[in-house]
Design a protein around this ligand. Sequence first.
Ligand code: ADP
Ligand code: MG
Ligand code: ZN
Length: 581
Amino acid sequence: MELKSGILYYTLKETAQPAETEAPRLNFSFRSMTAAGKKATVYTVTAMNDPDLVTRLHEAGVTFSENAGTGNMVLLILLQYLIPILFYVAIFSFFFRRMGKLGAGGGLMGGLGKSNARTIDGGEVKTTFADVAGQDEAKESLQEIVSYLHNPQEYTEIGARMPRGALLIGPPGTGKTLMARAVAGEAGVPFLSISGPEFVELFVGMGASKVRDLFKEAREKAPCIVFIDEIDAVGKKRDGIGGNDEREQTLNQLLSEMDGFEGNSGVVILAATNRPESLDKALLRPGRFDRRVPVELPDQGGREAILRIHCNRIKTEGPIDLSAIARITPGASGADLANVINEAALCAVRSGRHAVTQKDLEDSVDVALAGKQRKSMVISPHEKEIIAYHEVGHALVAARQKGASPVHKITIIPRTSGALGFTMQADEDERFLMDKQEAFAKIVTLTGGRAAEELCFDSVTTGASNDIEQATSIARAMITRYGMSESFGMTAFEQVVNPYLGNDTAMNCSQETAARIDREVIALIDKAYDQAKTILKDNRSKLDEIARVLIARETITGQEFMDILNAPVALPPKQEETEQE
Ligand code: ADP
Ligand code: MG
Ligand code: ZN
């Protein structure tokens, strides 16, 4: 049958009856009589775009009818319009939920504005003051809060009002977050912690409602500790210009919640920031964060104690001298030191050992300061010579001056930070003051590298850029901040704007003064450079000798350096073999 075969490839379905229910689409039903005309076969097919079909069906003598399928039609239209709508709703609700999760606990609307503080129940915080080293003063201030939470009656009986909040301030990585957890651990009370940025929401008013929620939760759980980390995200000064409505509303809510506590409600609020200068005055007034707990960078003893805590968590082997490590890490924070220990452990594993040695620790300090060694870097013998002279120049100038720190190590192994070598100085004891002579000696030492290059190779290279930067900033600080210049005396022309983050300064003087300061900075550095050159000229044979040793060994210790320097006779001039190594 022509017709039958003609439509076969439209997935023709052979059924005994017109199968309306089974066909989901608008369709045709037609009957085709068999040649014998006895038994009718009913075919149901989908509509097809064929204008001649009807004609052809008539010609073939087929009985057929159009089946509009009203029920299916409604369904079809519904599907056609509903599916896309449902699809969009699904997408929107997904994104709303995501936004909600960033700020609130989830859900399309119900979750918006809900505080999502992480709550740790009393007794479950395992951190204690024993995990925090080198912050004895901070611990002492917080100890009082701990004992209040343990025993509030003692305080209420005498009529004392507990400070409502304590603000931990200090540079990043000094253990502020750790300390707050330790307070909760010591006190054994619930700990509600939230980070400042989590308050700042996309929608105005949500941050404020989160604050409300947080404090409601805190009141229910009292006695407890509420910890707001990085509070500067919400507590920034309200300056009135181009204000951030959402942030200000959140801050206002925070202020009023803090006021809303009864004297001894048992809720203690801790907060941490490394930008105290940017906080709103209202936040700092008594009755809110009336106690400031500075968490400063650790001193030498503190560094040793921090190293010990972290060192106890790893396996060591052989003699470990942590005070030696503490000595060469001035300015390191607790987080830096924790990282030094961890890097040392990783290094031991990398070299297939099962315990950390002192050498791992020392190498790890180098990695923290200058990056990993770049063994694959090929440096030409000539460049290697220049680098060696540069570094020995620093060391020699340092050693020949009063007031400069002793040399600890000189190395010319390139590092991943881009350093081609470095000279490390380390004081025996921690220094807290720097006098004018020492500050100047520092600049002279910094110029020593370039001075050696110029003296021995009559060339200047790009290698001194970091030295130049540092020398300039010391010279500038001497003149504008430390009152160490004759012509300006005790006038400050620059202020440090963020003492805990990078020490950026803001100039505060007239144009003429600025120009005079520049001239004086230049003169001071020129003077230092001349002095460095003089020192090196006077010690030329030692310079050559030590540089030769350094090229051969790549790294020499401060002791080895001093031994050569103090040896009475200089070695004979350059030997060929050492040149080629
Ligand atoms: P901050 O909040 O001040 O930026 P953290 O408290 O997050 O610093 O410290 C980061 C990590 O550094 C801590 O988890 C801890 O391992 C280590 N650390 C920092 N300070 C100390 C310290 N005083 N004693 C022991 N470990 C410390
Ligand atoms: Mg922190
Ligand atoms: Zn240098």
